[in-house]
Design a protein around this ligand. Structure first.
Ligand code: GDP
Ligand code: MN
Length: 387
């Protein structure tokens, strides 16, 4: 789960990381009031769950409250397109108004999980303000990484090592190491999956401040972090994913292709997406329907997939173990009767109650193109989507 910059900064402040003074505003008049309250030049920043806002025109400097008001009225309600939003952009519903910072240097600092070693790592770079992926591609030597041993935990010397590597020495060393330790504590104590400060700035008067903040939380931790998960802004999330969660399908991720997938098991879902790609197609979603013993789940899944207008074919890949093929078949039949599936359905069905399931489909006269194995199912789905 992502949260907004203004929420992330409130959390950072609680963990001792210095952030600019500021407040969120939902109207231009409110933005003006915040600027008056701060009493100096401000920056007005679009609050959306995507970065690259500077490049997209979502960040404006304002010298006076009047300028802050007009900057806010230009940004609020705009559909902000950045390199991270995709071409459709995001509607801006609020802005963060904060005091302007006189920047001496921009750095990058993050704590994230390196899946390949199964550990949290600290990552720093002197090329702040740039996307870290760009830095990794063009000047990989500029990236400093420090692995955290999960048994020993973060050690103060690791903070000093990183601070020195970022050129934060002399008077900056103490505040830098405190900030790095605070960021790591926030990361581990709130179940972040990623905590990124880009840029972390050294100001002209020698302070170290988090000028931007992006926090991402592990959804599996929702049950034990109610205060964090109360920060969720569903308006920023994909409407299909929100609907899937409401209907009890937790493993649904919307993708950009045109082949909708209904699969039981996350591993099988990954393999199915690979098979579609190998067959020259693009999946429209990742959907793990889990162990289905209720046809309504299948109906819901089909409802979600069919409401995505880019879907041109639906691929079922079900291996019935605990799940039963006849339950899946019942779901397909009900969905067909209730709403009518407007796109071709290809199914690779195997396992428990296969015969019963096939008989149900035949008797109902529902047109489902069958495939004997995954590769055949994928190529049939790709062909069906092209028809
Ligand atoms: P992002 O583009 O969505 O990552 O938004 P950021 O908050 O990182 O802002 C982008 C850039 O705007 C920063 O790298 C800074 O160069 C600039 N910026 C943001 N706030 C200030 C500020 O208070 N003063 C100055 N001079 N520049 C700022
Ligand atoms: Mn940034």
């Amino acid at each position: 789960m992502k949260i907004h910059e203004y929420q992330a900064k409130e959390l950072l402040a609680q963990f001792g990381v210095t952030v600019p003074r500021g407040r969120v505003a939902a109207t231009a008049a409110e933005a003006r009031a915040v600027a008056v309250e701060l009493g100096g030049p401000v920056v007005v920043k679009a609050q959306i769950h995507a970065g690259g806002r500077g490049k997209g025109g979502g960040i404006k400097l304002a010298a006076t409250p009047d300028e802050a008001e007009s900057a806010a009225s230009a940004i609020l309600g705009m559909t902000l397109v950045t390199p991270q939003t995709g071409p459709e952009g995001r509607l801006v519903r609020s802005v963060l108004v904060e005091e302007q910072t006189a920047i001496e240097r921009e750095l990058y600092l993050a704590v994230l999980i390196d899946g390949s070693i199964g550990r949290a790592i600290l990552m720093g770079s002197v090329a702040g303000g740039m996307e870290i992926e760009e830095v990794a591609a063009s000047q990989p030597e500029a990236i400093i990484r420090v692995d955290i041993d999960p048994a020993a935990g973060f050690q103060p010397y690791q903070g000093r090592e990183l601070a020195f590597a970022l050129g934060l020495d002399g008077d900056l060393l103490r505040p830098a190491t405190a900030l790095i330790a605070g960021l790591y504590r926030l990361f581990s104590e709130t179940d972040c999956s990623q905590a990124e400060i880009n840029p972390l700035v050294v100001t002209k008067d020698g302070k170290i401040i988090a000028l931007d903040a992006k926090l991402n939380f592990d959804d599996n931790a929702a049950y034990r972090r109610p205060a964090i998960f109360a920060l969720r802004d569903r308006a920023e999330e994909d409407p299909l994913e929100v609907r899937a969660q409401a209907e009890g399908i937790s493993n649904f991720v919307k993708l950009d292709g045109n082949i909708g997938c209904v699969v039981n098991g996350a591993g099988l879902a990954m393999a199915t997406m690979d098979a579609i790609k190998l067959a020259g197609g693009e999946p429209a979603n990742f959907l793990d329907i889990g162990t289905v013993n209720d046809p309504a789940r299948v109906v819901n899944a089909l409802g979600i997939i069919s409401s995505d207008r880019s879907v041109k074919a639906i691929l079922f890949n079900i291996f019935g173990g605990m799940a039963r093929v006849d339950v899946i078949a019942e779901g397909i039949i009900t969905a067909q009767k209730q709403a009518g599936l407007k796109v071709p359905v290809v199914a690779r069905l195997a396992g428990t109650n296969l015969e019963e399931g096939l008989k149900l489909l035949d008797d109902a006269g529902v047109s489902v193109e069958r495939a004997a194995d995954l590769a055949e199912a994928a190529s049939k789905a790709v062909a069906a989507a092209e028809r």
